[in-house]
Design a protein around this ligand. Structure first.
Ligand code: DSN
Length: 415
């Protein structure tokens, strides 16, 4: 980055410090991943310059030949990856993918039924302060207080009472398998559309580690940067009968020029995800998560729902005399990056919380395995049991650094 170094030392410094941060910390944010150098290179390519409103072979600008090539590659690879009839790879984010589906199907004031944010759902599934809860009338379902699992009978009860126009399944902090078939049956019973938002679990679905919603959902949305390990962005999948409606709603409905550099990087990520290596990676992600959940349980932490079937887990800190906010801060000091997270039925506000969410996509990308998960659980336990002891925190920081040195990442990025 010698050109940037000369032209803009301040931004150069932030970028180089971020590289150091990603190399030297154990990052357990469940919704992040470390994309490959090919994905990063493509995202930073000169496709960033190109306007290409429209779709391949139907653009509003000249000079779109190569934009057409990369968008077609992304579409075709995504179709193969998920086994779907139609894919739109232009959504700038998961929220915009959801927005396009809602705008295509609903009128303002129509009813949405989604998983409550405080029970593990997502903002764009009807949170009152999000567009989805402002334009539409949101109703929520959640998890059982006793088991931490989605209560499908209760979902059915709410759906029958409220008669939503759309039911949304998918979550940001739910660690268990989602029964898409059950959701689709409920949606059929109340004549609602069924949207499966697979942002978190897309990579697991590709590898066959989580059941796919493809046979059941009318629409499927996803991000491309979480377990899928691509560039930051979104996508929509649906049957051919909805293709035109969705494409029209993305452009010109809610977006202008597509981010061709990101779409090209999506194509690269989809090719990577079609490989056998990607499947073994996902298998290790889930194994690592189970190992970490078990190790933390053995250390006396309560894992919500008793464990995980996926890449993430939610840790309840209620009995640990530390809030999620303080846990996040002290773990940060020790070089372990997590996010505070509400637990179901949390009595603390979302800015404080009683829990933290942990995920294994990044440490698995760094090739860490089960022994490292046990070690990381031990380091987390040391920090959270001694949050005011700077000697312990310093010692853990050193251990984190040596673990990161043993599992290097982005070594070949030239600064
Ligand atoms: N819900 C965020 C997360 O899972 O981190 C992403 O939108």
């Amino acid at each position: 980055m010698q050109v940037l170094k000369k032209s803009d030392p301040e931004v150069y410094e932030a970028v180089t410090k971020e590289i150091e941060r990603e190399r030297n910390n154990i990052v357990l944010i469940a919704s992040e991943n470390y994309a490959s150098r090919s994905v990063l290179e493509t995202q930073g390519s000169i496709f960033s310059n190109k306007y290409a409103e429209g779709y391949p072979d139907k653009r509003y600008y000249g000079g779109c030949d190569y934009a057409d090539s990369v968008e077609s590659l992304a579409i075709n690879r995504a179709k193969e990856l998920f086994g779907v009839e139609h894919v739109n790879v232009q959504p700038h984010s998961g929220t915009q993918a959801n927005m396009a589906v809602y705008f295509a199907l609903l009128k303002p004031g129509d009813k949405i039924l989604g998983m409550g944010l405080s029970n593990g759902g997502h903002l764009s599934h009807g949170a009152p302060f999000n567009f989805s809860g402002i334009f539409y009338k949101p109703y929520v379902y959640g998890v059982s207080k006793k088991t931490g699992l989605i209560d499908y009978d209760n979902v059915r009860k709410i759906a029958k009472k409220r008669k939503p126009k759309i039911i949304v399944a998918g979550a940001s902090s739910y660690s268990r398998t989602i029964d898409f078939k059950a959701f689709s049956e409920i949606a059929k019973e109340v004549k609602a559309f069924f949207l499966a938002d697979i942002a978190h679990i897309a990579g697991l679905i590709v590898a066959g580690l989580h059941p796919s919603p493809v046979p059941y959902a009318d629409f499927i949305t996803s991000t491309t940067h979480k377990t899928l390990r691509g560039p930051r962005g979104g996508m929509i999948m649906c049957g051919a009968k909805y293709a035109r409606m969705i494409d029209k709603m993305i452009f010109p409905g809610i977006q202008g020029g597509p981010l061709i550099h990101v779409i090209a990087a999506k194509a690269v990520a989809f090719k990577e995800a079609l490989s056998e290596k990607f499947n073994s990676y996902q298998i290790r992600v889930v194994k690592n998560a189970k190992e970490m959940a078990d190790a933390l349980t053995q250390k006396g932490f309560r894992v919500v729902s008793g464990g995980t079937d996926t890449h993430l887990m939610l840790i309840d800190l209620t009995d640990k005399s530390i809030t999620g906010r303080d846990a996040q801060a002290v773990l940060d000091r020790a070089g372990i990056t997590v996010n505070k997270n509400s637990i179901p039925y949390d009595d603390k506000p979302a800015t404080v919380t009683s829990g933290i969410r942990l995920g294994t996509p990044i440490v698995t990308t760094r090739n860490m395995r089960e022994p490292e998960m046990v070690l990381i659980a031990d380091l987390i336990s040391q920090v959270l049991n001694n949050p005011n002891d700077s000697v312990v925190i310093g010692r853990v920081r050193e251990k984190v650094r040596s673990l990161c040195d043993k599992f290097p990442v982005y070594e070949d990025i030239e600064t």
